[in-house]
Design a protein around this ligand. Structure first.
Ligand code: GLA
Length: 401
């Protein structure tokens, strides 16, 4: 009798375990499933910083624009909020809570609204005792250090799909340890949450963040972008040499887009977008989509350039040449074709050419060279010859005929 009871208990325990395991397997995706291609979406930081205009009305408005402007159809998915969303103190149970003036309806309601549009919602915190804004410690917003499990559970309960995890006020605790703690806490929730590390490349996250126990989906490789050509150029140069570390599930992140914010020319913004795409970088729009100008929108909606970024082979473009201020970057694509970007970083116009041999093309084959900004084809041996204005980038897709 006792034996029979034990047997029943044993088999029901096993059954429960099996249910738990299969539930877990279904709920949490692997890194490669969660981030097969670099993340696309929006983040408010570059357009608002901490200003009062950053609030729930703005973010709802931006989510509306994803649909109205065709951004969702173009692949933009995440609507992410950055620093300054939180109240300056945790509640009596140690829980984070939103700033009631900016987010009177709460974070869950905002996430629900965004999910209702078929989009995903992202949140920000720091692997430190305080976040980054304002810069002086103890007067800012509480960070996640030492609260990883509690915060991750709260995020999951709010329906958060993405966490950007910053590096300010880190109390000089080892970065891998801090970022592992949150990575493990996020996965333990059973919810699939995209994990975006933001340690600015200070600890070379590309060397350790792409595998457990951190298992980050992207990591910043640079300091913060500014809406200036010189800043974009600097970040490009820092990120372009790290191509060996990017792979499906795990991407280099040279920071968010400034396209549309007014500090660069349209030629420079096209370079910014082309270079980020050929580097398989996250495409996170950083301009207020409620007021975006048509010229900027046209750049952000260039589906042929987006396809280069999002290509299923998941390879970051490799720079094959950088001479005389002209950079040539080549990205192999899933269908056997390759994308090629030719960027003139200098202040004078340049004539540039790339030979079929440099691109590894077959001398007896014919190729289509498609210009992804002009949306025009040219057939031939695959050679590129182009006149580039100062700061301009031409980007092509070359496929065998
Ligand atoms: C850091 C990050 C930025 C932004 C701010 C917010 O500087 O690198 O991307 O999140 O913090 O304070």
């Amino acid at each position: 009798m006792k034996k029979a009871l034990l047997k029943i208990l044993h088999s029901s325990a096993l059954a429960l375990c099996a249910i738990a395991v299969s539930f877990h397997a279904r709920a949490a995706q692997t890194a490669a499933e969660l981030a097969p291609a670099p993340q696309m979406g929006f983040n408010n930081w570059n357009s608002t910083h901490c200003r009062a205009e950053f609030n729930e009305a703005m973010i709802r408005g931006v989510a509306d624009k994803f649909i109205e402007l065709g951004l969702k159809d173009a692949g933009y998915t995440y609507v992410n909020i950055d620093d300054c969303w939180a109240y300056w103190q945790r509640d009596e149970d140690g829980k984070l809570r939103p700033n009631p003036e900016r987010f009177p309806s709460g974070i869950k309601a905002l996430a629900d609204y965004i999910h209702g549009k078929g989009l995903k919602f992202g949140l920000y915190s720091s692997a430190g005792s305080w976040t980054c804004e304002p810069k002086q410690a103890n007067h800012g917003f509480p960070g996640g250090l030492g609260h990883e499990k509690q915060d991750a559970m709260l995020y999951a309960s709010w329906g958060v799909d993405y966490l950007k995890y910053d590096n300010c006020n880190n109390e000089k605790i080892d970065a891998k340890q801090r970022y592992s703690a949150m990575g493990e806490a996020l996965r333990a929730t059973g919810r699939s949450i995209f994990y975006s590390l933001c340690e600015w490349g200070e600890n070379k996250a590309w060397l350790w963040a792409g595998e457990p126990p951190v298992d980050g989906n992207s990591w910043r490789t640079t300091g913060d972008i500014e809406d200036k050509y010189a800043s974009m150029l600097k970040l490009f140069k820092q990120n372009v040499v790290l191509d060996a570390y990017a792979k499906p599930g795990h991407w280099n992140d040279p920071d968010m887009l400034e396209v549309g914010n007014g500090g660069m020319t349209d030629v420079e913004y096209r370079s910014h977008f082309s270079l980020w795409a050929i580097m398989a970088a996250p495409l996170l729009i950083g301009t207020d989509l409620r007021t975006v100008k048509p010229e900027a929108l046209e750049i952000l909606l260039n589906k042929e350039v987006i396809a280069v970024d999002q290509d299923a082979l998941g390879v970051q473009g490799k720079r094959i040449r950088a001479t005389g201020g002209v950079h040539v970057i080549v990205k192999p694509l899933k269908d056997g074709s390759r994308a090629v970007a030719v960027f003139n970083e200098t202040n004078s116009a340049k004539e540039a050419s790339v030979t079929p041999a440099e691109l590894g093309l077959d001398a007896i084959k014919k190729y289509t060279v498609r210009d992804l900004w002009a949306h025009a084809d040219a057939n031939g041996d695959g050679a590129i010859r182009v006149k580039l204005a100062p700061h301009a980038t031409a980007i092509y897709r070359i496929s065998a005929l």
